[in-house]
Design a protein around this ligand. Structure first.
Ligand SMILES: Cc1cc2nc3c(=O)[nH]c(=O)nc-3n(C[C@H](O)[C@H](O)[C@H](O)COP(=O)(O)O)c2cc1C
Length: 172
């Protein structure tokens, strides 16, 4: 799959069949996350790879909505912001979002199904996740990328919309 095809056809997958994913592919997905652009190349992130069922149960506790899909997901990668790695203020959300999207695209490009599960900015969720995973206060869990084998086919949706494009200046 080439880059444009992966970008155009990526969809959020919420139904999975439980089947393992090799470590090599997890590494490729992490590498995609770490390849994302960041402000001043600050790379303010850290990643937690979840593979154990107890870890998934802790996520479900913090975000009960995730109970629908996580039981059939073999791997999830948590993107965290580490304040100690920050060089430029107020840019980390964009940096972490870029890493999250890069990992979703890599997941899809490798033939798996992926889903962005929100942690930040829900304060209660952040605190629960910090406590369950032993994450220090200086590190903010940002999002979880679920990576699994899709059990649903999602068709291509055309999102291109001419009406929201302006050329050279804003025009009503
Ligand atoms: C910031 C952000 C938070 C999201 N949080 C969740 C979430 O917690 N649970 C979920 O099922 N999908 C979540 N999504 C996925 C969106 O619902 C999904 O991308 C959107 O509906 C468009 O569908 P598509 O990804 O199939 O194109 C999130 C996406 C983003 C960018």
């Amino acid at each position: 799959m080439d880059a444009l095809e992966a970008i155009y056809t990526r969809r959020s997958i919420r139904k999975f069949v439980m089947k393992e994913i090799p470590d090599d592919d997890v590494t490729k997905i992490l590498k995609a996350g770490m390849s994302a652009p960041t402000a001043g190349n600050q790379k303010p992130w850290q990643f937690i790879v979840l593979r154990e069922r107890t870890a998934f149960e802790q996520v479900i506790e913090a975000n009960p909505y995730s109970k629908q899909m996580l039981p059939d997901v073999p791997v999830a990668i948590m993107v965290c912001f580490d304040k100690n790695r920050e060089k430029y203020e107020n840019r980390w959300q964009m940096d972490c979002a870029n890493a999250t999207l890069s990992m979703l695209l890599a997941t899809h490009g490798l033939g798996y199904g992926g889903l962005w599960l929100e942690i930040y900015p829900v304060q209660e969720r952040i605190k629960m996740i910090q406590k369950s995973f032993g994450i220090p206060e200086s590190v903010i869990p940002f999002a979880l990328v679920a990576v699994g084998h899709a059990a649903e086919m999602k068709s291509y949706v055309e999102k291109y919309d001419e009406s929201i494009i302006h050329y050279n200046r804003w025009k009503e």
